[in-house]
Design a protein around this ligand. Sequence first.
Ligand code: ADP
Ligand code: ADP
Length: 226
Amino acid sequence: MKEVRLENVTKSYDGVTLAIPGINLVCARGEMLALLGPSGCGKSTTLKMIAGIEPISDGAIFFDDTDVSDLDTASRNVAMVFEDYALYPHLSVFDNIAFPLSIRGKPKAEITERVERVMKLLGLREISGEQVQQLSGGAQQRVSIGRALVREPDLIMFDEPLSHLDSDQKVQLRTEIKRLQQTSKLTSVLVTHDQNEAISMADRIAVMDKGVLQQVDTPSAIYNQP
Ligand code: ADP
Ligand code: ADP
């Protein structure tokens, strides 16, 4: 896991207007930082620039001391967890988690060892052979977190990870993600429009509006929560 740092990063999609007029932001190693704000405020743009899916227009992005600004997404070790899980529905839990390693041609013994370790961490061993389409949304999202972790990424991005879950599963999974993030010291960026989600999961919250950071601080400092 690494520290992620944005220095004076700007983004214009059309070369004229600035979707992000200039952002300075650090996600410390082992920290969960939430990007919180309404639709259109620039959360996805920021996430895509960190992941290397969208090029930045100016400034620089660092992973620890490495300037990754010019690296494409395949050359950055960033794992993503999406709201719609993005799993292969007919493949087993095991094979979905193994996928990022299989396509990189890792040896079979290494794949089994790493997938087993991740399944254990996420309580998925009993259902390792089940097709993911048979599972609840919460279990599917745990599989997609497993697929993210198995790469041993520098950073994990959670993009609205709880939006498709019912309220019971939301509470359960957010507790689970938080526990995992703390025990495994995952450098994590959480993108959400849900204030309660940000407060309950993040170490710090970056409140965004119209492409600008309004405030970056702990939940308790921002919302006077105990
Ligand atoms: P959020 O994720 O918070 O909903 P976005 O990052 O998607 O916000 O959008 C920030 C701004 O950038 C918005 O004004 C949006 O219309 C604009 N935008 C996002 N993606 C594109 C794109 N591919 N082309 C042009 N403008 C875009
Ligand atoms: P072989 O094909 O040499 O017998 P394996 O028995 O390791 O190899 O794997 C057979 C299939 O079962 C593969 O698709 C593999 O990804 C999958 N698999 C391996 N271990 C597990 C496990 N613990 N749970 C579920 N599926 C597994």
